[in-house]
Structure formats: C-alpha cells, structure tokens
Design a protein around this ligand. Structure first.
Ligand code: SF4
Length: 85
C-alpha cells in the first residue's frame, strides 16, 4: 500500500505513530518519518491512523478494500421437495 503524508498539514500530533508504529515514527519532537510503502499486513493499523489524524494529513491507496470478504455466504439455494402424500 502506498501512502503519503502531507507534511505541510502534519502537526506532529503523533497519533499515527501511536496507532501504526511500524509505519510511522516521530523523529525528534515534531518531524514525522514514515514508510511510504506499508506492508499489506499494516492495512488495519494504517486505516486507524488515517482516521485518527486530526488534520487529515495521511492519504493512503488501497484502503478501500476494507470490507470483509466474509459476506454473501448463503445464496438461498435451498430446495425442499416435499410431496406430502
Ligand atoms: S497523526 Fe497526522 S498530524 Fe499527527 S503526526 Fe501523524 S500525520 Fe502528523
């Protein structure tokens, strides 16, 4: 996943570094360093960091696939032949 932090917006609140420490880290008191190509396994943490950033400075590609593939299990194909005689 690719991500970009708009460092002009970033205020160094460190929410992202707290929520996704493998992707974001504070360098000194105010500057943020981050991995612009986060691993797939960081998806959930990254999504939380994006949502938590108070100034919406984080933009990430590929977070929209957040839906669980675990829906649409039954497709209603249950047949019941009851010829009650
Ligand atoms: S949460 Fe947002 S403002 Fe805070 S350090 Fe991260 S990118 Fe910057």
């Amino acid at each position: 996943m690719r991500l970009v932090v708009d460092l002009n917006k970033c205020q160094g609140y460190a929410q992202c570094a707290f929520l996704a420490p493998d992707v974001f880290a504070m360098h000194g008191e105010e500057s943020l360093i981050y991995n612009p190509r986060a691993d797939e396994e960081q998806r959930e943490r990254l999504a939380r960091a994006v949502a938590a950033c108070p100034v919406q400075a984080i933009t990430a590609d590929g977070l929209d696939g957040a839906a669980d593939p675990a829906d649409g299990a039954a497709d209603g194909a249950s047949r019941e032949a009851s010829d009650g005689r």
